[in-house]
Ligand binder design. Structure first.
Ligand code: SAM
Length: 200
């Protein structure tokens, strides 16, 4: 097959960005797949890759006593975790919270993409700070927070440096944000609510 000039030029440009500048392919294509679903991504969010996808696809196995009605995706990035969870639980609603306004713009694109407007609420929030009034509301809180220590961050492959550092780095050797979530999550869970705190 012969590639036409313009297509060939475009392909060469993408290859150079990938190979020489180490830009991850998902940013070059503005697409990443998570839990069997396509998500819009740009360099304001990390590329979805959390193993939580497996839990979602397996209906959280036997971890949940019943299907959650209210879900919180805390530190939501692209919104992949919360939105994939909505696909698994058709009568659930989700609050998608992140500190980054840029990330929340990506979330809005993904809500539209998957026609989930009526079941999704976006909140800008520094962990639980912006969620006051929602204490006791969530049957399921899922969070993949930043958990990389500053030293470890320096040793990551170049590709990671194209991701927002605030999505990766957490003080105290990576533990500051996860510990804060562990401290506060119980206040926001419903009676039989479950916190899934993961990495990846
Ligand atoms: C590891 S990324 C996870 C993104 C997404 N959940 C995923 O799995 O692809 C962590 C996210 O936490 C957000 N974040 C960092 N500090 C935060 C804070 N104090 N409060 C809320 N979100 C925060 C970042 O903007 C980033 O989107």
């Amino acid at each position: 097959m012969m590639l036409e000039g313009a297509v060939l030029n475009q392909l060469q440009k993408v290859l150079t960005q990938r190979v020489e500048e180490k830009i991850p392919l998902a940013y070059l294509l503005n697409e990443a797949w998570f839990g069997g679903l396509p998500f819009y991504v740009n360099d304001k969010v990390i590329i979805p890759r959390s193993p939580i996808a497996e839990l979602i696809k397996n209906h959280f196995m036997a971890l949940l006593k019943s299907d959650p009605k209210m879900i919180l995706d805390l530190c939501c990035g692209s919104g992949c975790i919360g939105l994939a969870s909505l696909m698994e639980f058709p009568s659930a609603k989700v609050v998608l919270a992140d500190l980054s306004e840029d990330a929340l713009q990506v979330v809005a694109v993904n809500i539209e993409k998957h026609h989930l407007n009526r079941r999704s609420l976006i909140k800008q929030s520094d962990l639980f700070e912006g969620l006051k009034g929602l204490e006791g509301s969530f049957d399921l809180i899922i969070s993949n927070p930043p958990y990389v220590g500053e030293k470890e961050y320096e040793s990551l492959p170049e590709e990671y440096k194209h991701e927002p550092s605030m999505a990766l780095i957490s003080e105290q050797n990576g533990l500051k944000l996860p510990i804060e979530i562990l401290k506060q999550a119980a206040d926001y869970l419903s009676e039989d609510g479950m916190l899934i705190l993961g990495g990846g």
